[in-house]
Design a protein around this ligand. Structure first.
Ligand code: ECB
Length: 163
């Protein structure tokens, strides 16, 4: 049985959030507001269905997903990106014996956001214009941890359970 993240969690530590916002190209004014926000996570985990609502007085971010299934993510109200990437996996042309040239159809693989288990840690990969983007959630004692990462920046958030 995987660990259950369900509950209401209140932010109490937010290391390196400024750099994380900068790497996502969030403008100065928005950063100045966002850095002082109290964030509350409301998580509902039901089997492999997961809803994570991140709430604040300024903006909310909601996502509902099935663990292990890729989905389109649009970071509405955050950096407003579509997290999806196409990869061309095959393209080749060849010559037929009559001399005519034929090109095989290129196949395109779409990579989307994926949340999956790595032991008791929930790991999310977000594919798009930013490299090495994703997050990890885990529980340590009575605290919920979240690492948000992008390129070489890691923001570490810690939440306490709301009574
Ligand atoms: C939604 C509360 C924060 C609102 C901040 C507003 C503007 C800043 C814009 C972009 C900064 C990037 C991310 C904000 C940090 C936390 C929001 C949720 C991050 C996230 O993807 O959480 C995951 C894992 O819990 C679930 O969506």
């Amino acid at each position: 049985m995987p660990i259950d993240f369900s509950g209401t969690w209140v932010l109490e530590k937010n290391d390196n959030f400024e750099d994380y916002m900068k790497i996502l190209n969030i403008d100065l004014v928005t950063r100045k507001i966002a850095i002082h926000l109290s964030q509350t996570k409301v998580i509902i985990q039901d089997g492999d269905k997961l809803t994570i609502n991140t709430l604040s007085t300024f903006r909310n971010y909601e996502m509902s997903l099935t663990i292990g299934e890729e989905f389109d993510e649009y970071t509405k109200g955050l950096d407003n990106r579509m997290l999806k990437r196409s990869i061309e996996v095959e393209k080749c042309s060849f010559y037929l014996w009559v001399g005519a040239r034929a090109t095989s159809q290129s196949s395109v693989l779409i990579e989307q956001t994926l949340v999956s288990w790595q032991g008791d840690t929930l790991v999310c990969t977000q594919k798009g214009e930013k490299a090495n983007r994703g997050w990890k959630h885990w529980i340590e004692g009575d605290k919920l941890h979240l690492e948000l990462y992008c390129e070489d920046v890691v923001c570490h958030q810690v939440f306490r359970r709301k009574q």
